[in-house]
Design a protein. Structure first.
Length: 471
């Protein structure tokens, strides 16, 4: 570690910024939300900061440096002379675009009020630092600073309620990632305060909570920000077979991981037992996440699990995920609706509750100018194709089969409805896969230059698609 990160207390501090150009303005924009006294030294006062920053002329440099805590030298013609004045007084200094002259560098900052995060590279890779900051911005809740202020306000109360330091630390570890945190991040600080006080008064009576979370189609970058936060806060996670390893790797190491997924002919953990486990874990005071592929309320049994948990008197919340229908279609370049080709979109399951083909309104599904997306339809694809054609759907209707959508091993096969069973068998598709039936499924292949827009990992899939289309 070549540089040691530290935070300066700016209460009552004076910071002097030298310069009157854009570089000086950028540094002042970082500082205006601080409580420090800000002085800009330059030939021209920066009008943008007229109400907040004191302007001083260069001839007064020595005077303004008296009692200064930090100095920043931006765009000035007499840099060496000013630097000597600053160093003579032992004031830490930053010289813009000259890391070899700096006592400190200005990191890329995430400001959430009382919570501040900063990342730097010692001036070596500012573009990389900016990209990393953007990733951090995405995972730090917007109200984290306000929640930190509330925690600070209650420190004395909690210390009085929980005198033992070890017990108090464990209380904060749980409280700052539990129901109180959820309330604070939702903007209900009165509820958050009440929950913190209640938990401090009765620390042994922890109330657990169940979050039913959609993990999306598999690409971890398609997780919602809330889903990512809950995954990383959970004490125990019950996850489905469809949740990708990339997403499971985001779970914190000390959390319990319990696989409860189902596959064809293998329901090793019955649905009723899954629901019972969710309730039992919450009653132990744990933060429980039920992690489901796609969206939990689209053929994911999320509704059944929510009813069971709430019916047991346990607090529960649902976090939506990007449905595999949306994620897989977008990844393959298939618009599920289109003004010229599909004015109706229907999601159906290809698997009945008791097994086999579900009873569907085949006549309605056979109407043209609509898209039918079939979940869990690989095994029943022959019957689905047969019944749609029998109900009047054109056998030459375009179809797409997308296996492991949005993942590096994604496979896409395109063809027509009459070929659906043979395409699945010939290409060895076993699932998880999505069937898209409708005119929109033929649109990606209408563009002869499709392959040039695909990432390298899908180059094989692009060739696969072209061959299927030619046949």
């Amino acid at each position: 570690m070549r540089q040691f990160p530290a935070f300066f207390n700016l209460e009552g501090a004076r910071i002097v910024v030298f310069g009157d150009g854009e570089e000086a303005a950028r540094k002042l924009r970082l500082l205006v939300s601080s409580p420090a006294e800000l002085v800009q030294v330059g030939d021209v006062a920066l009008a943008e900061f007229a109400e907040r920053v004191v302007h001083s002329v260069p001839s007064a440099t020595r005077a303004v440096l008296e009692s200064a805590r930090l100095a920043i030298i931006a765009d000035v013609p007499r840099r060496a002379e000013i630097l000597a004045e600053v160093r003579a007084r032992g004031i830490p200094v930053n010289v813009v675009d000259a890391p070899e002259l700096c006592d400190f560098t200005v990191p890329s900052i995430i400001d959430r009020g009382e919570v501040v995060a900063a990342i730097g590279s010692g001036g070596n890779a500012p573009v990389l630092v900016k990209a990393l900051r953007e990733k951090l911005e995405a995972i730090i809740p917007q109200r984290a600073g306000e929640f930190a202020s509330l925690a600070g306000k209650l420190r004395g109360f909690v210390s009085g309620a929980i005198p033992d330091q070890t017990a108090r630390r464990r209380f904060w570890e749980r409280a700052l990632a539990g129901p109180a945190a959820a309330a604070a991040y939702a903007g209900d600080f009165d509820k958050a305060e009440a929950l913190l006080k209640e938990a401090a008064r009765e620390p042994q009576r922890r109330a657990g909570v169940v979050h039913i979370v959609g993990a999306g189609p598999g690409d971890p970058e398609l997780l919602t920000l809330k889903a990512l936060r809950l995954i990383q806060e959970a004490d125990v996670i019950y996850y489905d077979r469809l949740v990708s390893q990339d997403i499971l790797s985001l779970i914190r190491r000390d959390a319990a991981r319990v696989p409860v997924g189902k596959s064809k002919g293998d329901h090793s953990v019955p649905q009723a037992e899954i629901e019972a486990r969710l309730v039992a874990s919450a009653r132990e005071g744990l933060r429980v996440v039920r992690l489901k592929g796609g969206d939990p309320f689209i053929f994911g049994r999320g509704g059944e699990e929510l009813d069971a948990v709430l019916g047991a008197g346990v607090e529960a919340h649902v976090v939506p995920g990007i449905s595999s229908a949306l994620g897989c279609a977008a990844s393959a370049g298939v618009p599920l609706t289109h003004r010229d080709h599909a004015q109706t979109l229907t999601f159906v399951t290809g698997h009945a509750k008791a097994g086999g083909v579900p009873e569907l309104d085949w006549k309605s599904l056979a109407r043209p100018a609509q898209t039918v997306v079939v979940f869990m339809g690989v095994d029943t694809a022959p019957v689905i194709a047969e019944r749609l054609v029998a109900a009047g759907r054109d056998p030459s209707t375009p179809i797409a089969v997308i296996e492991n959508g949005t993942r590096p091993d994604e496979v896409r096969v395109f063809g027509v409805l009459s070929e659906l069973p043979f395409l699945i068998e010939d290409e060895g598709i076993t699932g998880p896969a999505l069937l898209i039936i409708g005119e929109v499924a033929g649109l990606p292949l209408a563009n002869a230059s499709l392959a040039q827009f695909l990432p390298p990992e899908f180059a094989g899939a692009a060739r696969h698609e072209a061959l299927a289309f030619e046949e």
